[in-house]
Structures are given as structure tokens and as C-alpha cells.
Design a protein around this ligand. Sequence first.
Ligand SMILES: O=C(O)c1ccc(O)c(O)c1
Ligand SMILES: [Mg+2]
Length: 605
Amino acid sequence: MRTSIATVSLSGGLAEKLQACADAGFDGVEIFEPDLIAGDRSPEEIRALAARLGLTLDLYQPLRDIEGVDEATFAENLRRAGATFATAARLGIDTVLVCSNVATATVDSDDVSAAQLRRLGEVASTHGVRVAFEALAWGRFVDDYRRAWRIVELADHPSVGVCLDSFHVLSRGHDPSAIADIPGDKIFYLQLADAPALSMDVLSWSRHHRLFPGEGAFDLTTFTAHVLSTGFDGPLSLEVFNDTFRQTDPDRTAVHALRSLLWLQDKVAHHPQQSAASHLFPVADAEPAVGFDFVEVKAEDTSEVEVVLDQLGFTARGRHRTKPVSLWVAGAARVVLNEQLARDQAPHIAAVGLAVPDADATTRRAVDLMAPRAFRRTYGSEQPLGSAVAPDGSEIFWSTASADGSHPAWVDEFTDGAPADPASPVRVIDHVNLTQPWQTADEAVLFYTSVFGFSADAPTEVAGPTGLIRSQVMRTADGAVRLPLNVAPHVLSGSAPTQHVAFACTDVLGVARAARARGLPFLPVPDNYYDYVAGKFGVDASVVAELRELDLLYDRDTDGEFVHFYTRTVGNVFFEFVERRGHYDGYGADNAPVRLAAQRRDTAR
Ligand SMILES: O=C(O)c1ccc(O)c(O)c1
Ligand SMILES: [Mg+2]
């Protein structure tokens, strides 16, 4: 379907916004009136610029506080509307959005609003434009799309239709299924926005926190499927008021925005109610990842990490045939250490490898969703990996999982090492925690959702000693891949935020004891913590003593138990070992603040 976006969704001046939308590949835009009036280009110049960029101008908006008023006020509103219609006509735009009255309405009557919209439609038609009436969630009297449609039906004018905006419908919890009762040709415009689940006044929620589809808690798929079931064939248009997107790079936001509409079309195409599949952008299907393949730690000098991995019981499996790269393994957990092109870099997580059912399918999907490729120099006879750059700059690689669970083919490029210990209690990489810049955290949710089919757990907050960390876990349904994404508070001291890799094992006490014997520096856990664990869980004194002795942390819920420990940080990375007992599915949320405070003391030491 055609794609469009409101200029209010992007930062910059109007010309820059148009350029960014065109470059990303949008078909059209909605012009937000304040963007036009603050600019120095005439409506005719904007019209010409859009034409040159190959963009249609799909909507001019908003016209506010028109209907539901007394006759004298309405006469003035009609005059004001006429000026707006004239501007729209100069822009070459044929549809003007009229919001339900939020400020000046005094008459709560469908008949009065309908009569006034009809007269508005008559004036609009003299300018060659149509009116799309939108119920704002905080409208004085009209705050429900079903009422807006009733009024439009009563107005019964060819130039008067409705504008549906997913935010106003879903934020109020209104059932979108009645959309199917509206004739498609009376839906003059469709605006799409997602939003996080927040409990706050709806106006502030709408003006500051909207997100692109796939990034929040709304079911945009069902909403859009209802709209398309009417035969609506206008553009899918994004209208996302968001504090972050208003201040970050518009070129980047535009690509991210378009990705959300490609993803949404894919979701709608797979929706049981969908009938318009042929108009939907066909995104290649790919099955979600089945596990982690590897994690890559990069540094100018990886020797400190090698010492820690050795103490943790990893085996040096070999060096790469052609590159300054080595592979360390324990069980099916693989850590690649890379010193290539890493001058002056402290150890940090540079890449995550995923095992997918069909690497070519994942590559096709990534390309369809405009994921940028990660370029690595590869040499002949090397296993090519699929790749994408995640919004935070991390590189994500993938290859096809072996059917029999044996190691992937690329492992054979590493030679001259020792065989892995078959008796290792380490199983797999459990999770990789990636610290996100605040600018790209929402984009990351969509990136992992759309390209890799992960789902987002509800966001949580962790209180650290230097600020709150917002955490959102992206994961596969079975938990084989888990990527907790943490948005760190501003780091004032210049130290880069840390990231970590957690390994799942069957005997975390055994791993801890062996690591201690090999001299591993653990992250020291304070005594207060163990008093708390004893009190909260009523754990045996002997068990608490063992946890305390080994700097282990503990959690328990109705699904099972969780025992884990952390290494000290090396560069920007540290390691965690976890043992999930029973069906424990969390991450020891109450232990995260303890860990953050301990790390702060540890780096100050
Ligand atoms: O927040 C607003 O005022 C506003 C304006 C126009 C819209 O289409 C909308 O959804 C909200
Ligand atoms: Mg809207």
C-alpha cells in the first residue's frame, strides 16, 4: 500500500523533512500546519519541492475547534477554515484534517455538529478539498470514532468523511471492530501510531509518547485489518508525536518509520481477517532464531578477557585461519575474541551471532525491512554469514542452525586449539545485555521485532546508583534468544556503559567454585544482600552461607529458582553465569540494583 508520514513525526525544517521522507522511500507526507507556517517557502514552493522529490502531499492538518459551537462562533470558524482550505489548495492537497473540538464546543449535539460539518464541507468543496473529521481522544464532546462517524453520516456531504487515528481509538480502549461498518470511501484518511502502555492523561500521552507501529503496546495489526476490510485504499500514514524523534536525525527516523509500515503490512497480511493481501508490501517470511550462535567481544588487546574466560572454564578452541580472531567455547556457548581493526578499543560486545532455521530467508527479510548490512572483510572459503547493523551499532550475524545440533560450519575456520570439554556444566548463551543509547531504544524494539521475529517483554526499570535504567527484554517465545536492552542514564564521567553476556549452566555453584579456585575475580556482593535473601526467601542458613561465600545471587518465584554470579568488568564487558531451576524465566530483577551498586564500588576501587 502507499505509505505516508506526518511531518510532525520528524525533526528539522520542512524541506529537510521532505528530503528525509523521500530518501527513505515514503510515497507521500502529511503537512503539519506549524511546519509550513514556520518555514520560508511558499505553499507553491513546497508543492514543487515535493513533486521534484516524488512525494505526494496527502493531507494538510490540523484545523481545530470548528464544530459544536454557537452560530456566531461558527461563522468565524468558517471564515478561518476557508483560509486553511485555500492554503491546502495552494499546496495541491485535497484533504484537510479537522479535529473534533477540544476547546470551544458548547453544544453537545450530533445534529448541530453534523449541520456545521456539512456547511464546512460546502466551503471546502469550493476550494476543491475534502474534510476528514477526526475524533481526538480528549475532544470536548466528540472523543470516540464511532460518534465522529455518526456525525459524518448525518452530515451526508460528499466532501465530509472521517479520519481514523489508531492512537485516539486504542488509547481509550475503544473497540476498533465497528470500523468495519464504515464504508471505505468515507474513510478519508488513516493515521497510525503505536504507544507504550502508560497511565497518564491522554493528551500528554499522545503528544509525547507515541511510537511507530511495533514499538508499543497497541494492536495495530487488528486495527489496520479492520480499516482495510472496508476497502479503504488510501495511504498508511504515520502520525507520531514523540519527544525523541523530534530531536534526532530525521534521515534515520524516516527509515525507521518506513520499516514500521513494512512490518505492519507483513503482520496484516498474516492476519486472519485480512482480505486485501495483494496490496500489502510483501516482506519475505523467515522463522525466528532458534538460539545464539556466538557473541563477539572486540578489543585492541583481548588478553584480559582470555584470562577471565579461562578461569570460567572456557576452552581456547583455536585461532582464525586468516584473522586476529580467536574462539573460546564452553558447552554450546561460543565467544569470539576479535582484535581486528580495534585500535584503542577496550573490550566490548561488538556482535551477536544467531542460529536461524534458514539464513537465506532471514537475509531476504532483513533486506526487505531495510536493515543496513554489516560489512566484514571475508576471504574465500570462509562461511558467509548474514548480517545487519542494529540501531545501537551492534552487528548481528546469522547462519543456518545445524539440523543435528553439531557446531556450525564457521567454527572449522578456527584451528590449533584444544577440543571443548564435553563435561562442561555450561550449556549455552542465556542472554546478551546490550546497552542502548536513549536515541535508538525504540527503534531497537522494532528492529528486533521486525527482522528477527522477537517479542518485547513489558519494559521495566532498574534503580542504579547513578540513575534509573529502563530495561526491555527482546526474546524468542521459547527464550532460546534473549536480548535485554538497557537504556542507561546519561554517563557524565565519560565511562562507557557496560554490557554483558550471561551463560546458562546446569551447576552454577560448581562453575563458581572452580572459577574461584582458578583465581577469577568475582563481583563482590555486600553482606546486607545475604541478610535480605535469608529474610525474604527463608532460605536455609547453610545455603545462604554458600551463596555468600561464592558471591552468588538468588531469586525465586512461583516458576522456579535462579542462582547467578557476575565477574568483574573488563573494559566495558562483564560475564554472568546463571542457573535456571524449574521454569524460572526472569533475570533476578531485585538483584540488578545490587549488582549496579557493587559495580560502581568496584570501578572506584
Ligand atoms: O495533538 C493534537 O492536537 C493532534 C492534532 C492532529 C491529530 O491528527 C492528532 O491526532 C492530534
Ligand atoms: Mg491524528
